[in-house]
Write a protein that binds this ligand. Structure first.
Ligand code: COA
Length: 155
């Protein structure tokens, strides 16, 4: 049976712990999926200030036994930074975080959600109703690329 978890809004003082969660998850879940250059890019992309900048949007964290185990954000119709602690993946936390953002977007009258899905998350989003717009590649320079999937959900 899965351990219960709670979801609550992220506040400024959560930002360092969220950054640590993202770093651990990128290093573990993207290992062998993305190149070391792409992993470095993700780690820079989700720096402390980037997480802080999204706070005016809808930023959520998931807690299990008071421990931070997940995060997700919704900013200007875009779902961003959905990460679940590797040892807590597969327990419905990611799905619940995204479902909560979808509900919130609907309530706010957002007509369409968009997101850039990682290679490991596309299946979850597809099963939640998101459709693929395009398979894209971010050019990291030096012959390195980062593939991702642009997806949307009409509300
Ligand atoms: C993608 C992610 C957020 C999903 O969170 P989660 O809590 O593990 O997901 P859930 O338990 O809610 O399950 C959602 C789906 O993902 C699948 N899933 C969960 N853990 C998985 C894993 N380790 N490997 C493969 N699939 C997995 C589940 O089977 C489920 O699919 P289904 O319900 O359609 O059968 C999480 O795995 C993660 O943080 N991955 C790395 C970071 C990432 O890719 N983030 C998305 C950026 S766009």
């Amino acid at each position: 049976m899965s351990a219960p978890f709670d979801i609550r809004p992220m506040i400024e003082s959560d930002v360092p712990a969220v950054r640590s969660l993202v770093v651990r998850t990128v290093r573990t879940s993207y290992h062998g999926v993305y190149s070391p250059a792409a992993i470095d890019f993700f780690l820079r992309y989700h720096e402390l200030d980037a997480i802080r900048r999204d706070l005016p949007g809808v930023c959520l964290i998931a807690l299990a036994d008071g421990k931070l185990v997940g995060t997700a954000a919704l900013v200007d119709g875009e779902i961003r930074r959905v990460f679940v602690e590797p040892s807590f993946q597969g327990r419905g936390i990611g799905r619940k975080l995204v479902a909560t953002l979808i509900e919130r977007a609907r309530a706010d009258g957002v007509p369409r959600l968009r997101l850039d899905a990682s290679l490991v998350s596309r299946r979850m989003y597809r099963r939640m109703g998101f459709v693929l717009v395009a398979e894209r590649v971010h050019d990291l320079g030096g012959g390195e690329v980062l593939p991702y999937h642009e997806m949307v959900l009409d509300l």
